[in-house]
Design a binder for this molecule. Structure first.
Ligand code: SAM
Ligand code: SF4
Length: 301
């Protein structure tokens, strides 16, 4: 099947975080030196959006820590790409930053919440202050409610033994109080570093039976929900990777401008994408990626 656009650009405007969630996908023990994306690099990323289906405009680290994060997101153009970012909403945000976000062209903002019980929330999302989170959430929802065409608010809850009984309440609170368009409940990724060693995370994941029972209960509720189960699903059911003979055209765009094509079988890629490269070494990124797309189509034909 001919690909019309690159499937996903997974961009991160920072490479660090202000909290240390116990289930985090990142191995903070090996954290890199802090990097904030510079303005030109962000503009280069934005120039690629017309070639992309879905722009994850931050999903691995904490974008609100970037000193210009709200201003950056105001620059996102409408191009037909679905755009969003994911945040823990923990740094105390200014009202003008929230207004900027409400005026942006983003399609949605994902907000992570494990619990509305302060002690459970602060235990699972170590380093986050529940009061700061709620203060931000109240401000965001007040401002977004009064703004036509503000980005949709979606919520992500990582499901563990500590919060599994609270999931119906989380869905209810998010939908009835905090403008949720969708609550996604998910198990942890099987490749989470802390899951590879015996310890807290291994003891805190639920069984598959508990997960299925919780989903069954959630499905009886009158809310819009999504279920993402990478832990118990087979790898090819949750990754966006296609068969080994089909290119997935999914690439990572790091805060320092490094581009990494997520293709298991690099033979499916044109030469220009076989090795990682930095966008700042490319004189016209849009043309470079457009040509790459044409080359992928030719190889597929
Ligand atoms: C890696 S975080 C980065 C964005 C931001 N710092 C946050 O937590 O919202 C992106 C999303 O993945 C979720 N997440 C974190 N660790 C995970 C894991 N091990 N498995 C699955 N999802 C995870 C978070 O709850 C969050 O909703
Ligand atoms: S807020 Fe996000 S990036 Fe930070 S520790 Fe938690 S899950 Fe990881």
């Amino acid at each position: 099947m001919e690909i019309k656009r690159y499937q996903v650009m997974q961009l991160d405007i920072t490479n660090y975080c202000n909290t240390r969630c116990r289930f985090c996908i990142n191995d903070w023990g090996n954290a890199d030196k802090k990097v904030d994306m510079d303005s030109d690099t962000f503009n280069k990323a934005m120039s690629l959006l017309p070639l992309i289906d879905r722009g994850f405009l931050s999903c691995s680290f904490e974008p609100t820590l970037h000193p210009q994060f709200a201003e950056f997101y105001c620059r996102v153009p409408r191009t037909g790409a679905y755009t969003f970012f994911t945040t823990n909403l923990v740094r105390r945000l200014g009202i003008s930053e929230i207004r900027d976000l409400s005026n942006s062209n983003l399609d949605s903002i994902n907000i992570s919440v494990t619990s509305f019980k302060p002690e459970v929330y602060e235990y699972l999302q170590a380093g986050a202050k529940f009061d700061d989170f709620i203060r931000n959430l109240e401000n965001v929802t007040r401002i977004f409610r009064n703004k036509e065409n503000a980005p949709a608010l979606r919520y992500i809850t990582v499901v563990l033994k500590q919060n599994i009984d609270e999931l119906p309440d989380i869905a209810k609170i998010c939908h009835e109080k905090y403008l949720s368009k969708l609550n996604q409940f998910r198990t942890v990724f099987p490749f989470t570093p802390k899951l590879q060693i015996a310890g807290w995370l291994r003891n805190s994941i639920t069984t598959e039976k508990q997960w299925k029972k919780a989903v069954k209960k959630l499905k009886t509720l009158p809310y819009t929900m999504g279920y993402f189960n990478p832990l118990f699903a087979k790898a090819d059911q949750y990754t966006r990777e296609k068969s080994v003979n089909e290119v997935n055209s999914y690439f990572q765009f790091r805060a320092d401008g490094q581009i990494i094509m997520h293709e298991k079988n690099k033979d499916l890629l044109p030469d220009r994408f076989k090795k990682d490269f930095n966008i700042n070494g490319i004189s016209n990124p849009y043309q470079y990626f457009k040509k790459g797309l044409e080359e992928i189509r030719k190889m597929e034909a």
